[in-house]
Design a protein around this ligand. Sequence first.
Ligand code: GLP
Length: 241
Amino acid sequence: MKVIIVKDYEEASHKACEIMLDVIKNNPSANLGLATGSTPIRLYELMREDHKTNGTSYKQIKSFNLDEYFGLDQSHPQSYHYFMCQNLFNELDIDMNNVHVPKGNGDIDEECKAYNQLLEENPIDIQLLGIGSNGHIGFNEPGTAFDSVTHKVDLKQSTIEDNARLFFNGKIEDVPTQAVSMGIANIMNAKKVLLIASGEGKAKAIQATVEGPKTTEVPASALQDHPDCILIVDEAAATLL
Ligand code: GLP
């Protein structure tokens, strides 16, 4: 695991953008594993700016998102699908047929199976990750098996509370209590993993991920075994390292 400590969120986003664009430039038909949450918002903005100014093309790129809330249609303004369109896809030249976000409704078992199959057929070149304050990656909460694949998840109360801030205008009662998420094994299969952590709220999770024992209680600690994993951590999130 390579840990890069940067000054702040802005610097973390620029560094992450550099790494993402490097992958895309070396392989214009790369498969990108993408994440939601507040952390990647500035990175996505920088990718949009780069597309506009430098013309980096996404025509051949395929994208695969980590997760989606259960029970929300793709068109729901609080769905992760909608979030991705607003924050990234709408301003790129990506073919929407190449955009994949797990579906949070319909026959979930079938959807999980289909998503796993899709990931097997399209190995991810770079998987972007944020991290939950409890160490979760995607929506893989503490206790999730390291060999898990795409599955339906019961969200922890702390995650529901954390996410109410960004989604649902802070109304906890409106936040779905379940989600569909790539499993830890799917994430570990990516050729490269890029995790961004910003702010002191992530300091404990980062310490446990980097220095703690490998344990399902800290899902991100599985990344200790990944052969090409980069953590971009700002000074606030690195205070306990
Ligand atoms: C959600 C997402 C995760 C994300 C996490 C952290 O739980 N499913 O993929 O990493 O939030 O969010 P934030 O970046 O807003 O701190």
